[in-house]
Design a protein around this ligand. Structure first.
Ligand SMILES: [Mg+2]
Length: 351
């Protein structure tokens, strides 16, 4: 009897000690424990380690330690980078604590989490060479956004009727997000100076549920899964299970969820301006994607599969499968699309 009491006592003491050590372990973690080290400045095209905004956090570790969603964890990284730039004499630990508190208090300013969570599907758009081209020659006459950035004239050529395009996605039950790998300041200023067909600035449009930029790119250590050594866009911010999100992007090299990318032909504002024969093609890049989305929503509603499955024949991986079926089986494109949707194992999830 006595000994069994002692056993219970000993084991509860053991549990308490374990709990205490676990708690003290999580509270004793400092900002340094979350920073992914050994990432030299030359590996990051957009960040600048010397200015301390090139740091990358271990997102999975942040999520586990503080019970954050992936989106909240990346917002800790983004807020940390924002605050580092504006607080010169404050220690990194204080800045980290402040960033964490802002996120825990749900002070996310540019991300409408409720809309994203409730959406049937999420379409994320890249900006550079997808929705606009800001690398124009100085004599380009087709630019429709002209303003001054950092004292220099800025010219941008954008896709037309952006409000109607985004409205269409919303009307189909989806939400729209922007994810640019470019710098936050430049991206926000570009969007604020881009006026839609109703004269509103694109940054403030209610049709856009989130704007993410270079500060929200990630790296990933091997203990979190696939090793990511070059800063990448992680679509799990929008949907941890990747069943309802796709990104429309001219550059697949920054994205590691290959089944969720719709790669588009680069928008080239100079070519558009010089060669009339290409104008229809450039004008229809995004419209073509919208038609695919509409078709996929119809299929999703008929068959109750998730959006990514319905859209799979149009994704980077799915297109390879469709093309092969058309050429090898001699079937029509429509039949190949149906076959791919019904045979998901024919679409590789990654390279
Ligand atoms: Mg791009």
């Amino acid at each position: 009897m006595l000994s069994s009491h002692r056993n219970i006592f000993t084991s509860s003491a053991l549990v308490l000690t374990l709990l205490a050590s676990l708690l003290s372990h999580s509270s004793s973690l400092t900002v340094k424990d979350f920073i992914l080290t050994n990432t030299p400045d030359w590996t990051d095209a957009y960040g600048d380690l010397k200015r301390k905004d090139g740091v990358f956090f271990n997102i999975d570790k942040l999520m586990k330690t503080y019970q954050l969603s992936r989106l909240q964890a990346i917002e800790v990284q983004r807020t940390f980078k924002d605050l580092v730039m504006e607080s010169e004499d404050v220690s990194p630990q204080e800045i980290f604590d402040r960033a964490l508190k802002l996120v825990q208090d749900d002070q996310l300013v540019r991300v409408n989490r409720a809309e994203i969570e409730a959406a049937q599907f999420i379409i994320v758009f890249d900006l550079d060479e997808t929705l606009y081209d800001q690398g124009l020659r100085s004599d380009n006459e087709c630019a429709n956004v002209n303003y001054s950035y950092a004292g220099k004239p800025k010219k941008i050529f954008t896709v037309k009727n952006i409000k109607a395009k985004m409205r269409k996605i919303r009307d189909l039950g989806g939400v729209v997000a922007i994810f640019s790998a470019n710098s936050q300041n430049l991206t926000v200023q570009n969007l604020k100076n881009w006026k839609n067909e109703e004269g509103q600035d694109v940054y403030s449009m209610s049709e856009i549920s989130a704007v993410l930029t270079g500060k929200e790119l990630i790296l990933q250590p091997k203990e979190a899964g696939q090793v990511i050594v070059s800063s990448a866009k992680d679509l799990r911010f929008f949907d941890e299970r990747l069943g309802k999100v796709i990104i429309v992007d001219d550059n697949p090299t920054r994205i590691f969820q290959h089944k969720n990318i719709r790669v588009v032909k680069k928008l080239d504002g100079d070519a558009y301006c010089q060669e009339e024969t290409l104008r229809n093609a450039y004008d229809s890049i995004i419209d073509e994607v919208l038609t695919e989305i509409e078709d996929s929503v119809k299929y999703m509603e008929q068959t109750k599969v998730n959006f990514v499955t319905a859209y799979s024949p149009y994704s980077m991986m799915g297109k390879l499968a469709v093309d092969l079926l058309v050429s090898a089986e001699g079937i029509s494109k429509a039949e190949a699309i149906k076959k791919v949707r019904e045979n998901q194992h024919f679409v590789e999830p990654r390279f």
